[in-house]
Design a protein around this ligand. Structure first.
Ligand SMILES: O=P(O)(O)O[C@H]1O[C@H](CO)[C@@H](O)[C@H]1O
Ligand SMILES: O=c1cc[nH]c(=O)[nH]1
Length: 345
């Protein structure tokens, strides 16, 4: 029998493990196939301390985020060791330092969903009790300017409904997609000099037609239709559009995992469709979202917020065009020393 659970993520302690599929417990070995790991590894000692799972589409951003985590939590890698992704990297890239995992989920809900299933089973097997999942993404703004960070206070699908439809056994299950409003507000309160708002995020199944663009290879509507839809979305509270949020929110709502989403807008979709900001500008925009989340983690860990809105460490956008391996090889110990430590050397 299938059930339509409607647990709401909230900021109380939550033991998501009790909501997990009970069939998994009966498996001799559970294969987290797309992560390149399985349950025979020593998950407890390697992942048992995880509290924050930072998720984003791109492998390069996952790497950038973990570098920023190292800096802002003042974590020192052992001398001579470089940061390397865990497991295999064909599909996702996962890094871990201290209580933080940074992992990429690719583009779109099917890809994000597979990552969510596997990382969640892995964390459960590692004995993690009450994790917080945070998606740090990019998006198109609706009525807001590029660089503005939207902390989601609600998530809707491309039909403007607060659900994520999942096809299971030939039927559609509309899973409620909710965010942890208490954590969202806490992050918003840390915005300081960063342009940030709280608003509804719309998650679509496509970048072009799904987001009312008129510059895709197919477009069966005109500019007037596009603007009519975007204005309708705006009136419903939508302030940005991306492609995974309702899937992540619904997954976490179903399992009672805390979930929040912090996505920066690359552009205002009421003014255009093409992402025309310069590489430097895009790097700064992404940094705004990362900084906000790092301030939250620092606060929770009792650390002074150290990251200003420029970001203390940022991979030049030019590196985004190089293979990830190059980035890893280049990530020697030099890069995780503070300025003072470099001078002292
Ligand atoms: O920047 P990320 O996290 O990938 O998010 C957004 O960017 C991609 C589209 O360019 C989609 O995955 C969308 O959700
Ligand atoms: O417009 C945009 C920009 C980034 N990501 C999206 O999904 N849409």
């Amino acid at each position: 029998m299938m059930s339509n659970h409607t647990q709401i993520s909230n900021s109380e302690q939550s033991n998501f493990t009790s909501n997990l599929n009970s069939h998994v417990k009966g498996l001799n070995v559970d294969y987290y196939y797309h992560l390149g790991l399985n349950s025979t590894f020593d998950l407890k000692s390697n992942f048992g301390d995880v509290k924050y799972v930072l998720m984003c589409g791109s492998a390069v951003r996952a790497y950038e985020i973990i570098q920023r985590v190292i800096q802002s939590l003042k974590i020192r890698l052992p001398v001579g060791q470089t940061l390397a992704p865990i497991g295999k990297t064909e599909r996702y890239s996962m890094f871990k330092v201290g209580p933080v995992i940074s992992i990429s989920h690719g583009m779109g809900k099917p890809s994000a969903s597979i990552m969510l299933h596997e990382i969640t089973k892995l964390l459960s097997a590692a004995g993690v009790y009450d994790p917080i999942y945070i998606r740090i993404g990019t998006s198109g703004g609706v009525g807001i300017e590029g660089g503005t960070v939207v902390i989601a206070n609600g998530v809707v699908n491309g039909l403007l409904e607060p659900y994520h439809p999942v096809d299971v056994l030939g039927k559609i299950i509309n899973r409620p997609a909710k965010v942890d409003l208490k954590i969202a507000k806490e992050i918003y309160d840390l915005r300081g000099d960063i342009p940030a708002i709280m608003g509804t995020t719309m998650s679509t199944d496509d970048f072009y037609e799904g987001q009312a663009r008129i510059d895709g290879a197919i477009c069966d509507y005109d500019m007037e239709d596009k603007l009519e839809f975007l204005k309708r979305a705006y009136d419903a509270g939508v302030r940005n559009i991306e492609m995974e949020g309702n899937c992540c929110a619904a997954f976490c709502t179903r399992l009672n995992i805390h979930f929040v989403m912090v996505c920066v807008a690359y552009l205002n979709r009421l003014n255009g469709d093409g992402v025309s900001a310069s590489p430097q500008q895009l790097t700064q925009y992404e940094s705004n979202a990362i900084t906000l989340v790092l301030r939250y983690i620092q606060k929770k860990m009792g650390l002074e917020p150290t990251c200003d809105s420029q970001g203390e460490f940022s991979i030049p956008h030019a590196l985004h065009s190089k293979p990830l391996d190059t980035a890893i090889i280049n990530s020697g110990i030099e890069q995780i020393l503070t300025e003072e430590e470099k001078v002292a050397k």
